[in-house]
Design a protein around this ligand. Structure first.
Ligand code: NAD
Ligand code: WQD
Length: 339
């Protein structure tokens, strides 16, 4: 069965492509390489023994997208393609609305025209903002998003609700918490572009000596050690959830489905806990300094992922330490590649 994976050479997309191939899906990737690199395709082939079909173009180019749908009997889509830098989205909001929403609508139009169902959307815990109560379940009210990036996720969800209702389609919204880690082969992982904003890439680059010191944004939060708390989910676990969600959609007897799942571990970890776990797992030092809070940051967010366990038969399996080990191996791989 052919599945379109947009953004399939990106961080979460590439790990998901591997899991899809393992589960005998035929994968068709569209990725414009705006935040990924071609060698990832070779590495997917090295891991799985199969080379996915790959189209390098921007999903905003409707005519090229139509050709892909004409060439393949596509039965579903996992839509990873989006721009994801929170800070950049505040400086260039129109670029974010255009890329994240036009790309999405273009794929949905093809689905509508050809009467295809089974659509999975990469959403984010950012849609909840600072929730009033922890853990966050799928019924936790959404708050106004802190960033234009976050708004594209809320709008994307709304577009998909309308799409599912108006055209009787099967749709799943997956709200990821904080994805971390790399593939156990060290052949896939997060590609740092410039100075990382996210915690784990910054920690990793600091351990590798690329950055001098990690800045910990705030130690005066009302948490146990004063640093902010998040739910760090291992990327391969996350990838497996997509396969489970896709199978559920495909096997559904309902014409119209709108499922929403939180994908997290259910456990919160503070910034200092992540730093300590990284040091312990990899036997390296991570120099850090305490700095003022980062604007727009929330205090705490962690998931209640019981719904995904109950309905998808999926749960996170990998510990924080194990995930952080894979990140370090990936960093070493990247260093060897550039040497
Ligand atoms: P990523 O940047 O590594 O992957 C996205 C991929 O999409 C890239 O390979 C990029 O080249 C491609 N792309 C972007 N715009 C495109 C376009 N117009 N046409 C074709 N390809 C395009 O990001 P990721 O971390 O793998 O995230 C995947 C999805 O998950 C995104 O939608 C992101 O918003 C969402 N998400 C990510 C996180 C996270 O922390 N990584 C958390 C929650 C949600
Ligand atoms: C985690 C914690 C920082 C870097 C972002 C997006 C969100 C979602 C996931 C896509 C925070 C602290 C970080 C550093 C630090 N992405 N930190 N020093 O902010 O939870 O969420 O990624 O949907 O939309 O906003 O993740 O990794 O940036 O930060 O102290 O150098 O680490 O303050 O408490 P965040 P993060």
């Amino acid at each position: 069965m052919s599945i379109l994976v947009t953004g399939g050479l990106g961080y979460i997309g590439s790990h998901t492509v591997v899991e899809l191939i393992k589960n005998n899906f035929e994968v068709i990737i569209v990725d414009d390489l705006s935040n990924s690199e071609k060698f990832i395709l070779n590495n997917i082939e090295e891991i799985t023994g199969k080379r996915p079909i790959f189209y390098p173009f921007d999903l905003r180019r409707k005519e090229l997208l139509t050709q892909v749908f004409e060439a393949h009997d596509i039965k579903g889509c996992i839509n990873f393609a989006a721009s994801k830098a929170v800070g950049e989205s505040m400086v260039e909001p129109l670029d974010y609305y255009e890329n994240n929403l036009f790309s999405l609508v273009n794929v949905l139009q093809e689905f509508r025209k050809r009467n295809i169902s089974n659509f999975i959307f990469s959403s984010s815990c950012t849609v909840y903002g600072q929730a009033d109560e922890m853990p966050i379940d799928e019924n936790t009210p959404l708050k106004e998003a802190e960033s234009s990036y976050g708004k594209t996720k809320q709008m994307g969800e709304d577009i998909l609700k309308d799409f599912s209702r108006a055209y009787q389609k099967r749709v799943t919204l997956l709200r990821y918490f904080n994805p971390i880690g790399a593939h156990p082969t060290a052949l896939l992982g997060e590609l740092p572009s410039g100075i990382p904003n996210n915690l784990v890439p910054y920690v990793t680059q600091t351990a590798a000596g690329i950055r001098e010191k990690l800045s910990i944004w705030g130690d005066d939060y009302p948490t146990e050690d004063g640093t902010a708390v998040r739910d760090y989910i291992y990327v391969v676990d996350l990838a497996k959830a997509h396969v489970a969600a896709l199978k559920k959609l495909i096997n559904s007897e309902e014409e119209t489905v709108l499922d929403v799942y939180n994908l997290g571990t259910g456990k919160g970890s503070s910034v200092l806990e992540v730093v300590k776990a990284f040091e312990l797992a990899n036997d390296v030092a991570v120099p850090y300094q305490i700095c003022p809070r980062r604007e727009g940051d929330i205090t705490v967010a962690y998931a209640n992922a019981d719904k995904a366990e109950k309905e998808l038969g999926w749960k996170s399996e990998t510990t924080l330490e194990e995930a952080l080990k894979t990140t370090w191996e990936w960093q070493k791989y990247l260093k060897e590649r550039t040497n």
